[in-house]
Design a protein around this ligand. Structure first.
Ligand code: FAD
Length: 402
């Protein structure tokens, strides 16, 4: 645990970071090393390492390198596998395209890696006492002198800077950007990790192009610590989002439906069926519209809280890591908190807007053809949920607390 703190130029600030995902963890680590008094508040009782495999694209690996934390880059590179080839097939399994993932010798690779390895490598370097699990943010307020926050364990925090790294359903963002709403992208998504070393080999990434209401991807995850080969898969099925929240939750506990698997090549369907339920996760796919700002006074948004986007570009985690490096750099000199946040906003807002726009363009080109649907609520007092045209298959808006 713990590294020697880097030399601090800025005065020590009291910083609360809400959310211990990859974005919040990296920022906590960087600010702690600058000598700030950091509290990383997480609603869950512990780190949430679920989420299977991800493709961390080159700029995400570069962000980890730029963080300059001794041993971190090496540990993450060793835990992942450089992607070697992208292969696109149709749902019959016929090859459409195969291209090598090229890189110059001095460039970082794009990495296939289990999300939990990134979280664990970051958490292991945090000083004891920085991480406060079981503290869900309820609300915050600020004035020119400081910012304060209230948590659902009854605790109260007061300090200089509050950062919302609390993900797609961000509480911090609900107050900072009240018009922020979630857009349903049209899919129920399952992801899993299965013991297999034959489907993809040596860093291959397979995409099964969308058709007949489904889409899938599969990639090599190398081996675990005991040398057991692992493969990640993702399966996307077009569905109407139920209006009822308990029904949404119930559906996420179901395994991938057999009628969906029947649309896949038999070998891929068998791979998915062979995955133990405890090694699968499911969610509904959402993004948010580009926000007009990532900051307000002493409060900033980081990662998905500020710019959740579809997985079509595999940019989500990368963008949050880049945010963390940028915000820590702005906090490292003697500028006031509000000035540092304005500089962070000026640097990151155009970048994340470009990522969000590009993700939607790619989704529109390669994604579903029918517009996603949200079921109207039934019963007295129920209101239908609005649909926002975005593109031919644009997203459908739902309230932020979906
Ligand atoms: C199907 C799918 C595939 C994806 N594939 C990729 C990929 O290949 N590559 C990639 O780069 N990205 C991918 N992503 C996106 C990536 O997972 C996210 O962008 C990234 O994990 C966001 O990190 P974050 O730290 O900003 O938020 P999160 O990881 O969501 O962390 C937020 C944290 O905040 C906590 N929290 C929430 N509310 C509160 C509260 N009120 N108080 C305290 N704590 C709170 C949560 O418990 C959580 O721990 C994918 C996403 C999906 C859904």
């Amino acid at each position: 645990m713990g590294q020697a703190p880097a030399r601090r130029v800025a005065p020590a600030r009291r910083v609360a970071i809400v959310g211990a995902g990859s974005s919040g963890l990296l920022l906590a680590l960087l600010l702690q090393r600058q000598g700030h008094q950091v509290c990383l508040c997480e609603r869950a009782p512990d780190l949430r390492p679920e989420g299977c495999g991800i493709l961390l694209v080159r700029s995400g690996v570069e962000a980890i390198a730029a963080a300059g934390i001794p041993g971190l880059l090496e540990e993450i590179l060793a835990a992942g596998l450089p992607v070697s080839r992208f292969v696109v097939r149709n749902l019959r399994g016929d090859l459409i395209e195969s291209s090598p993932a090229e890189r110059a010798p001095d460039e970082q690779p794009s990495l296939l890696i289990q999300r939990r390895f990134i979280l664990e490598a970051l958490a292991a370097r945090l000083d004891r006492g920085v991480f406060r699990p079981g503290a869900g943010l309820l609300s915050w307020s600020q004035d020119s002198a400081g910012v304060e926050a209230h948590f659902d364990d009854g605790s109260y925090w007061q300090g200089d800077l509050l950062v919302g790294a609390d993900g797609l359903h961000s509480r911090v963002a609900q107050q900072l950007a009240p018009l922020r709403s979630l857009n349903f992208l049209g899919d129920r998504v399952w992801r899993g990790v299965v013991t297999d070393g034959s489907f993809c080999r040596d860093g291959e990434f397979f995409v099964y192009a969308r058709g007949r209401g489904v889409y899938a991807n599969v990639f090599d995850l190398g081996t675990d610590a005991d040398g057991v080969p692992l493969t990640h898969w993702g399966f996307f099925q077009e569905e109407v989002l139920p209006a009822d929240r308990s029904e949404r939750r119930r559906l996420l506990s179901e395994p991938v439906p057999e009628e969906g698997l029947a649309k896949l090549p038999a070998d891929l369907a068998a791979l998915i069926r062979a995955t133990p339920p405890q090694r699968q996760v499911a969610n509904w796919s959402f993004d948010i519209d580009p926000l007009p700002t990532l900051v307000a006074g002493r409060v900033a948004l980081l990662g998905d809280a500020g710019h959740a986007m579809s997985s079509s570009q595999a940019r989500g985690m990368t963008a949050g890591l880049e945010d963390a490096v940028a915000l820590a750099a702005e906090a490292s000199d003697g500028a006031g908190v509000e000035t540092a946040l304005l500089r962070y906003n000026a640097e990151r807002l155009p970048v994340v807007h470009r990522y969000q726009e590009r993700s939607r363009q790619v989704s529109a080109r390669t994604g579903r053809l029918r517009r996603p649907q949200v079921a109207a609520e039934q019963g007295p007092g129920a209101t239908g949920l609005g649909m926002t045209p975005f593109s031919a298959a644009g997203p459908a808006q739902v309230p932020a607390a979906a």
